[in-house]
Every structure is written in structure tokens, then in C-alpha cells.
Design a protein around this ligand. Structure first.
Ligand SMILES: *[C@@H]1O[C@H](CO)[C@@H](O)[C@H](O)[C@H]1NC(C)=O
Ligand SMILES: *[C@@H]1O[C@H](CO)[C@@H](O)[C@H](O)[C@H]1NC(C)=O
Ligand SMILES: *[C@@H]1O[C@H](CO)[C@@H](O)[C@H](O)[C@H]1NC(C)=O
Ligand SMILES: *[C@@H]1O[C@H](CO)[C@@H](O)[C@H](O)[C@H]1NC(C)=O
Ligand SMILES: *[C@@H]1O[C@H](CO)[C@@H](O)[C@H](O)[C@H]1NC(C)=O
Ligand SMILES: *[C@@H]1O[C@H](CO)[C@@H](O)[C@H](O)[C@H]1NC(C)=O
Ligand SMILES: *[C@@H]1O[C@H](CO)[C@@H](O)[C@H](O)[C@H]1NC(C)=O
Ligand SMILES: *[C@@H]1O[C@H](CO)[C@@H](O)[C@H](O)[C@H]1NC(C)=O
Ligand SMILES: *[C@@H]1O[C@H](CO)[C@@H](O)[C@H](O)[C@H]1NC(C)=O
Ligand SMILES: *[C@@H]1O[C@H](CO)[C@@H](O)[C@H](O)[C@H]1NC(C)=O
Ligand SMILES: *[C@@H]1O[C@H](CO)[C@@H](O)[C@H](O)[C@H]1NC(C)=O
Ligand SMILES: *[C@@H]1O[C@H](CO)[C@@H](O)[C@H](O)[C@H]1NC(C)=O
Length: 821
């Protein structure tokens, strides 16, 4: 046999082996060394059913597998030592064959969509140091065998759907440096000797699981610890760790557990934190801690940016030394039993953005110079015993979005400067105080305000005309004051108004007809209003308004049992139609009948009115991650409504504290934070009955740098329009729940709704707002098949015919039907 023929056969055999291996990747070929790795890699490739970025394009026969993308081999033995294929969009699973690559020291497959379980065979990988499988869709238990991979230094299985107990053997991995199992469904508790056996541990991240038991005292001995994240679990007992030796500790987050015994001295451990000179984040909120803050709190690291002690039973006063924490951004002490004053020194913390001190028993004045804190965006002081006046300096806080001073003993008038507050203000609550005087004209400057509550004070004077300039108002509560005079006609500008309570004032005159518009709740009771009660809009449904206690009213729907208005009354003349008008109406109706029944505009409220006044359920402007987590059953797939480029939309049901309200929750991708801000920004300026309303938002960075941003909307029972467009007949049982197929009437009504929303956006705002992303998937339908435009993530304002969204530069835009030159 010549050398050439030999080579030919050899080559053919090789090809055969390779092809064979590719077709039957789990063939039991008795190959040794690097060929084993080759076959295992092919087996891995075969289990990945989707490779959207073409990460495997270099995994072909013409290239040695050591040169394949993401693969590193040892120089000497040409064995695979590292697989690094994070964020490739892989869909598939992890084959057990991965255990055959016994030279592996590193597997990094973070942020893909790997499903299935972690294979038992990982225990063959005795050289493995890094196993990073975080942010996938792995489920099932963590295999007990993982505990035998005892050279592991980095174990990251966070953000999967792993369940069951964390095997003891895994807690036994004593070389660990990073131990991150956060955001799974894991159970179990941390062994008491964990800190003694893990000399090198730097990060323990077990948050968002179902772990219980104590925080082991032995953590005192793990002197290299930088991060302890145990939040959102069911840990309990005292915090008796001596942090004094944890000199590198940066983040300590224990919130949302049951730590503490509810005793004095629960906070004693803070003394030992004084040694942690790098401490930046201290979160102990939503536990069971009692007692007063130890004086040593003032000796904590000056690097602190976040202190949260909210939702505990902490008493005593807020130490003035808190002024030392010049880097503090977030101070959250609400829902405790703090007494004493708000230390004026707090106004030296120039970086403070959020100050949450509500629901304590704080007394004295609000520090006059609070307006020095120019970064403030949210201030909650409600439900305390604060007295004195409202500092005008609040008007100096340009970023202030939310200010709640309700339920205190504040007195005096509101200074006009106060209403120079930020152009971004969204919610202002001054209710349940003893404020007097009239509302200063400056109130009209609140041109982004959505919710204004000045109820239950002692305000007087004429009904403030300037309110008509607050065109973004959705909710206005003025009840329980001494306002007098007529309800201003300027109120007709408030087209987005939904909830309006003017009850228990001294208002007089007639009920303005513009209240017939889209209000959901109107309370005018206990005033001195007179004349005719209208019957349209909000006045058509007795459960949506109240007018009791006004002695001089007449007319209205029969349920009100008011006397009929005398027909010669001056004020009802505009409702009297001449016979010419009658004739015209009849003619018009005839024409409509001829054109077709389907074309008749919908009678929106055809159902009989509900019996009782609906309680107004206004959600807080921000909801916590935890509440949304609960509402969606842990963002479970079952509640997933849709997925898109920006993120995912879930259906959620809020707890009883929010009347079990059904909401839609849009969770933004990490990349989509621009859309989040654009949408929030856009929605600040728009209020219309055919535009989906933001009920609340949620934004936190608490979870290991991961930014959680979500917007909460009203839930739309009938889903998005694109779902309906594809429905031609009732097929699946799922669709049977739909009331009916889109008929011509529905279609016309939807078109009218959308057109009216667009008309509003384009013609009725100061600057036209262009949606830029209008499509059936962004139009939602409620039970009554009314249409709502949503998803303003790409919206842009049109200023002098130039599109402006703050991110991209201006570009030309020609409104439909108009020409630019
Ligand atoms: C396997 O290793 C041998 C030498 O050890 C080398 O010649 C051969 O190219 C390697 N095969 C692959 C597929 O890397
Ligand atoms: C991995 O090893 C197992 C057992 O040693 C063997 O059955 C399997 O075929 C191997 N997988 C590959 C792809 O070679
Ligand atoms: C194999 O992959 C390499 C690197 O991507 C590429 O240059 C080469 O053309 C590929 N060969 C074949 C036969 O696809
Ligand atoms: C996750 O992977 C996707 C691509 O699949 C990428 O766009 C995204 O930025 C990655 N996310 C993180 C947090 O790395
Ligand atoms: C933990 O490790 C110790 C010694 O390294 C060993 O004796 C013990 O059996 C291990 N426990 C488990 C559950 O693996
Ligand atoms: C563990 O830490 C505690 C408190 O700091 C100390 O008393 C004890 O001696 C340490 N134990 C070991 C084994 O280092
Ligand atoms: C939390 O732990 C307590 C005991 O500390 C237990 O009674 C309770 O059922 C646990 N809750 C959950 C949700 O596991
Ligand atoms: C705080 O530190 C100061 C000096 O740095 C010291 O005098 C004081 O005793 C310390 N207080 C506490 C309670 O540790
Ligand atoms: C709050 O503190 C007061 C004493 O300052 C005490 O009487 C009261 O019981 C405490 N309330 C709670 C809920 O701890
Ligand atoms: C505010 O309350 C404090 C006691 O809590 C009292 O000393 C002070 O006089 C009060 N100030 C006003 C203006 O009512
Ligand atoms: C997580 O796993 C549980 C079962 O352990 C399952 O019911 C649930 O649907 C899974 N969640 C997701 C998001 O896959
Ligand atoms: C501590 O938490 C902050 C914010 O969540 C994060 O940016 C930082 O990286 C964390 N520190 C470490 C050492 O991980």
C-alpha cells in the first residue's frame, strides 16, 4: 500500500469518526484524552437548540476545537480548561457529557436560557474552580455531588428556578470565595460553622430564596467578607455576628426577614460594625428589630450611601450625628417608633435623594433649611406629630417628585414660594394638618402634578382658579376645608381628571357641566351647591358620584330622588330643545339608522349602576419590588402576558391592602432603562381617558447591582388589539372567555377611541407628543372594549417641528396632512 492510499484511508476513517460523533454524540467510542473533550463539546453543541448570535459558527471541523470561540485548552495536553460563553442567547440544556471534560477549571454560561437540571456528573470535574450558571432557567435541585467539586472558588447559580434544600455538601465547599445562589426557590439554613470553614469567602449572596434559621455567629471569623446579602428570606433570631473583624465589609443587606427578637438590645451588633471602614450599604429594614439606635451608629463608615432601618420597632430619637454621613443618598427610617425631632443637621447631607421618615412619632418642626438638599426627589414625613409651618425652602428642590407631609400637626399658611417646587413634581400630599389661609396663586405652577391632596385642613378663601392650570391632575382632594364661592370654570381644562373630592366645603353656585366628562369619582357632598344635577357622564352612575348634603339641588338621575327642576328655571333653559332641534335630532337618528345599526356610537355605560360608592383605591406612587414579586407569584411564567424588546409584562394581583387590585406590570430589561424613563417622562405630561394610565412605578438597585424597573398600569381584561385581530372565530377554550368577536361596532369604537387619544396627543398638549410606536400590540381593550393607547417608551415631543426626546438629536417631522419645506 502506497503512502498516499494509506493517508486516504486514514483520513476517511477520521472523517467517519467525526461524522459519527456528530450524528450520535453520546456514542460510547473508547476515545482518550483530547478526543473525549472534542466529543463532549459536540454533545454540548447538540443540546443547544437555539444559537441566535451564531456563537457556534466557528465550531466546525476545519478548526481545531481548541480554537473554537469560547473554548480555552491547556497548552501541554490540549485539553479543554475553560468554556466561556456568557450572554449568547443559548436555549437548550446542560448535557451530562460536560462531566467528561475532566481538565475543566472554568464554566461560564451566565445569562443564557439553559433549562433542565444541573447534571450530577459535575462531580467528575475535580479541577473546576469557577461554575457560573447564573441568570438561566435551570430548575430542580442543586445536585449533592456538586459538593465534591471542592476546589470551587466561584459558585454562581443566581437567578434560576432552583428549588429544594441546598445540600450540606455545597455549604461544605471550603475554598469558596463567591457563593451566589440568590434569586431561586431554595430552602435550608446556613450551617453554624460556615464562617469557620470558609476562610476565603468574600461574597455570600443568598437573597430572594426561602432560607431560614439564624445568621451564623461564625461569620465573625470570615474576615475577608465584603458582601452579605441575605435579604428576602425567612431568616430569624438575633443578629449576633461580631462584625468587628470584617474589615472589608461593604454591603450588608438583611432586609425582609424576621431578624431580631423584638427586644431592647437587638441593635447592639451595630457597635461592631464601626470597624467596617468600607461599609457602603446597610439595609436592615422589614425585620423585627427593637430598641433604640446605639450611639455608635454615628461612628459607622463615612462611606455609607444607604441606610435602611424601615419597618421595625426601633424607638428613641434620630441622632444628630447622622449629619456625618455626607455620602448618604438614601435614608429610610419609616414605620418605626422614632420620637424626638428631625435633627436640623440632616440638611447638611447634600447628596440625599430620598428621605423616608413617615409613620413614626416625630415631633417639632420640619428643618427650615431642608431646601438646601437640592438632590431630594422623594420626601415622606407623613403620619408623625410634626408641628410648625411648612418651610418655603421646599420650593428650592428642583428634583422633588413626591412630597408627603400628611397626617401631622402642621399649621400656618402655605407660602407662595413653596409652589416653586420642582417642574417634576408628581404627588403632593398636605392632607390632615391644620393649614390655614387660601391657596397661593403659585399652585398653578405645578404643571406636572398628578395627585394633589390638601384635604382635611382649615384652608379658606375662594375656590382657587389657578388649579385649572394643573392640567396633568388626575386626582384632586380638597374635602374638609372652608373653600367658598363657585367651582371655577378653569377646571374645565383638567381633562384627565379622574378622582375629584370637593366635599365638606362651603362651595356655592351650580354644578359646572364639564364634570360630565370622564371622571371616575366625584364627591361634591356637603356644600351649598344649587341648580340642576346633570345626568350624563359621571352623573349617569349613582355609584360614581355623591352630592348629598347640598340642599338646593334638583333633577339628576331618578336614583337621587331629587325634586324636579322647575321648568321655567333659568338654569335649565339650555337643556330645553326647540321643536326645530327635535326635528333635526329625529332626522339625524333616521340617517344613522339607515347607514346601519353598527355605526351608532356606543352607549358606554349600559349596565345598571352598582349600589355603593366605590372606595377610591389610589396606589402609592412607588411599589416595592417585594409587593410586585408577591403580586405576580414571583414573576411566574403563568402570569406572563407578553414579552417584547423592552422587557416583559405580567399580570399581577395586589394584596388586600390594595383591594386585591389587578394590575399589569411591565418589567424593563436592563438595557431598556431609557424606555422606562421616556415612558415615565412622557406619561407625566399626558392624561386622557383613552391612554393607559401609570398607576405606580417601581425602581430599585438593591438586588446586587441589578436594576429593577417596572411600571404598574391598570390591567386591561381584553388584552391587546393584535390578539383580537387574529381572532376570526372561537376556537380554543381560552378564547371562549372572550365576550365576543370584534364586530364592526367594536372596530369603529376602537378607531374613535384611538383617534381621540391621538388628537389629544397631537393637538391638545403644549407640545405635540408623537407616539412613534403605535401598533395594535400597543392598544389595549378593557371589559367594555374601550381602547387605550399604551407603551410610550419611544415617544417624542415635537417642539417647533423638531422631534425631541432628550436622547437622540432633533429630526424633521411632518405632521400628517401638512407639508414642511
Ligand atoms: C490531540 O492531541 C494531539 C497531541 O496530543 C494532537 O496532535 C491532536 O491534534 C489533538 N487533537 C485535537 C482534535 O485537538
Ligand atoms: C462521557 O462519558 C460517559 C461515561 O464515561 C460516556 O458514556 C459518554 O459517551 C461520554 N460522552 C461523550 C460525548 O463522549
Ligand atoms: C470554520 O470556522 C472558521 C472561523 O469562523 C471559518 O473561518 C471557516 O470558514 C469555517 N469553515 C467551514 C468549513 O465552515
Ligand atoms: C444578557 O444577554 C443578552 C444577549 O443574549 C444581552 O443583550 C444582555 O445585555 C445580557 N445581560 C447581561 C446583564 O449581561
Ligand atoms: C464536610 O467536610 C468535612 C471535612 O472536609 C467532612 O468530614 C464532612 O463529611 C463533609 N460534610 C458533607 C455533608 O459533605
Ligand atoms: C472567631 O471569632 C470570634 C469572635 O471574633 C473569636 O472569639 C474566635 O476566637 C474566632 N475563632 C477562630 C477559630 O478564629
Ligand atoms: C418562617 O420561619 C418561621 C419560623 O421562624 C416559620 O414559622 C414560618 O412558617 C416561616 N415562613 C415561611 C414562609 O417559610
Ligand atoms: C466614636 O468615635 C469617637 C472618636 O472617633 C470616639 O471618641 C467615641 O468614643 C466613639 N463613640 C462610640 C460610641 O464608639
Ligand atoms: C413606642 O415607644 C413608646 C415609648 O416611647 C412605647 O410606649 C410604645 O409601646 C412603643 N410602641 C411600639 C409599637 O413599640
Ligand atoms: C411643637 O411641639 C413642641 C413639642 O413637641 C412644642 O414644644 C412646641 O411649642 C410646638 N410648636 C408649635 C409651634 O406648636
Ligand atoms: C419554577 O419551578 C416551579 C417548580 O419547582 C414551577 O412551578 C414554576 O413554574 C417555575 N417557575 C418558572 C418561572 O419557571
Ligand atoms: C455593593 O452593592 C452595590 C449596590 O448594590 C454594588 O454596586 C457593589 O458592587 C456591591 N459591592 C460589592 C463588593 O459587590
Amino acid at each position: 500500500m502506497s503512502a498516499g492510499v494509506y493517508k486516504f484511508w486514514n483520513c476517511t476513517l477520521y472523517l467517519f469518526l467525526i461524522c459519527h460523533a456528530q450524528i450520535i454524540p453520546t456514542s460510547t467510542a473508547t476515545v482518550k484524552g483530547n478526543e473525549t473533550d472534542h466529543l463532549a463539546l459536540l454533545a454540548f453543541k447538540a443540546t443547544i437548540i437555539h444559537d441566535p448570535q451564531g456563537a457556534f459558527s466557528s465550531w466546525n471541523m476545519s478548526l481545531n476545537f481548541c480554537s473554537w470561540a469560547g473554548i480555552t485548552c491547556s497548552k501541554q495536553h490540549k485539553r479543554v480548561t475553560s468554556i466561556n460563553l456568557a450572554s449568547k442567547g443559548f436555549v437548550g440544556s446542560l448535557p451530562s457529557d460536560i462531566g467528561n471534560m475532566s481538565f475543566l477549571t472554568e464554566i461560564v454560561l451566565t445569562n443564557n436560557s439553559l433549562q433542565g437540571t444541573i447534571p450530577q456528573e459535575v462531580d467528575h470535574l475535580f479541577r473546576l474552580k469557577v461554575l457560573s450558571l447564573g441568570r438561566n432557567a435551570l430548575e430542580g435541585n442543586i445536585p449533592d455531588t456538586l459538593g465534591q467539586v471542592n476546589r470551587l472558588v466561584i459558585l454562581e447559580l443566581f437567578s434560576n428556578n432552583l428549588s429544594g434544600m441546598i445540600p450540606n455538601s455545597v455549604f461544605n465547599l471550603s475554598s469558596l470565595n463567591v457563593f451566589n445562589l440568590a434569586n431561586n426557590q431554595l430552602q435550608g439554613s446556613i450551617p453554624s460553622d460556615f464562617g469557620l470553614t470558609h476562610h476565603n469567602i468574600q461574597k455570600i449572596q443568598l437573597s430572594d430564596n426561602r432560607l431560614s434559621g439564624n445568621i451564623p455567629v461564625s461569620l465573625s471569623n470570615a474576615s475577608k467578607l465584603q458582601v452579605i446579602h441575605l435579604q428576602f428570606n425567612n431568616f430569624s433570631g438575633p443578629i449576633s455576628v461580631d462584625f468587628g473583624r470584617l474589615l472589608y465589609l461593604q454591603n450588608l443587606s438583611l432586609e425582609y426577614n424576621n431578624f431580631g427578637l423584638g427586644e431592647q438590645g437587638d441593635l447592639k451588633f451595630i457597635d461592631s460594625l464601626v470597624n467596617c471602614r468600607s461599609l457602603k450599604i446597610l439595609k436592615l429594614g422589614a425585620n423585627n428589630l427593637q430598641g433604640s439606635l446605639p450611639r455608635s451608629i454615628a461612628n459607622l463608615s463615612i462611606k455609607l450611601t444607604m441606610i435602611s432601618l424601615a419597618d421595625n420597632w426601633i424607638s428613641g430619637s434620630i441622632p444628630p450625628d447622622i449629619s456625618k454621613f455626607i455620602n448618604l443618598i438614601f435614608l429610610s427610617l419609616e414605620h418605626n417608633n422614632f420620637t424626638g425631632i428631625i435633627p436640623p443637621e440632616i440638611t447638611q447631607l447634600g447628596k440625599l435623594q430620598r428621605v423616608l421618615l413617615s409613620n413614626n412619632r416625630l415631633t417639632g418642626n420640619i428643618p427650615a433649611s431642608i431646601g438646601n438638599l437640592s438632590m431630594l426627589d422623594e420626601v415622606h414625613l407623613e403620619n408623625n406629630e410634626l408641628n410648625g409651618t411648612i418651610p418655603p425652602s421646599f420650593g428650592n428642590c428642583p428634583m422633588l417628585v413626591l412630597l408627603d407631609l400628611s397626617q401631622n400637626n402642621l399649621s400656618g399658611t402655605i407660602p407662595n414660594e413653596f409652589f416653586h417646587v420642582s417642574p417634576f413634581s408628581i404627588k403632593l400630599n398636605l392632607s390632615q394638618n391644620h393649614l390655614v389661609g387660601s391657596l397661593p396663586a403659585g399652585i398653578g405652577g405645578l404643571d406636572t402634578i398628578v395627585e394633589l391632596d390638601i384635604s382635611e385642613n382649615e384652608f379658606s378663601g375662594f375656590f382657587p382658579t389657578e388649579l385649572g392650570r394643573c392640567i396633568t391632575l388626575d386626582t384632586l382632594y380638597m374635602q374638609g376645608n372652608f373653600f367658598r364661592g363657585h367651582i371655577s370654570h378653569s377646571m374645565r381644562n383638567l381633562r384627565g381628571m379622574q378622582n375629584l373630592d370637593l366635599s365638606r366645603n362651603n362651595l356655592s353656585g351650580e354644578i359646572p357641566d364639564f364634570f360630565e366628562l370622564p371622571l371616575k369619582y366625584l364627591n361634591l357632598s356637603w356644600n351649598h351647591l344649587e341648580g340642576e344635577v346633570h345626568t350624563k357622564g359621571v352623573f349617569a352612575n349613582a355609584s360614581e358620584f355623591s352630592i348629598v348634603g347640598n340642599k338646593e339641588l334638583c333633577g339628576g338621575i331618578p336614583e337621587l330622588r331629587l325634586p324636579r327642576c322647575s321648568s321655567d328655571s333659568d338654569r335649565s333653559h339650555k337643556h330645553k330643545r326647540s321643536w326645530v332641534q327635535d326635528l333635526f335630532m329625529i332626522g339625524f337618528i333616521l340617517v344613522l339608522l339607515i347607514v346601519g345599526y353598527h355605526l351608532l356610537p356606543r352607549g358606554k355605560k349600559t349596565e345598571p349602576p352598582a349600589v355603593s360608592i366605590r372606595p377610591i383605591s389610589v396606589l402609592p406612587i412607588r411599589l416595592s419590588y417585594k409587593i410586585l414579586h408577591q403580586a405576580t407569584d414571583g414573576f411566574s411564567r403563568a402570569n406572563l402576558v407578553s414579552e417584547g424588546g423592552f422587557g416583559s409584562v405580567y399580570k399581577g394581583e395586589l394584596g388586600p391592602e390594595y383591594n386585591g387590585k389587578a394590575v399589569a406590570i411591565k418589567v424593563f430589561n436592563q438595557e431598556a432603562t431609557n424606555s422606562f424613563s421616556t415612558e415615565c417622562e412622557a406619561q407625566q405630561h399626558i392624561r386622557h381617558r383613552n391612554i393607559v394610565k401609570i398607576r405606580s412605578t417601581s425602581s430599585s438597585t438593591a438586588k446586587k447591582g441589578k436594576i429593577f424597573r417596572a411600571i404598574v398600569y391598570d390591567f386591561m381584561e381584553n388584552g391587546s388589539l393584535d390578539r383580537w385581530q387574529h381572532l376570526t372565530c372561537r376556537t380554543s377554550p381560552d378564547e371562549l372567555s372572550m365576550p365576543q368577536i370584534l364586530n364592526l361596532k367594536n372596530r369603529i369604537n376602537i378607531a374613535i377611541d384611538v383617534a381621540s387619544a391621538l388628537d389629544y396627543l397631537h393637538n391638545q398638549l403644549d407640545y405635540p407628543l408623537i407616539h412613534c410606536n403605535l401598533s395594535p400590540s400597543n392598544i389595549f381593550l378593557d371589559t367594555e372594549m374601550s381602547a387605550y393607547v399604551s407603551n410610550f417608551g419611544l415617544a417624542k415631543f415635537l417642539i417647533d417641528r423638531r422631534i425631541f426626546n432628550g436622547f437622540a438629536g432633533p429630526s424633521e417631522y411632518a405632521p400628517p396632512g401638512k407639508k414642511t419645506n
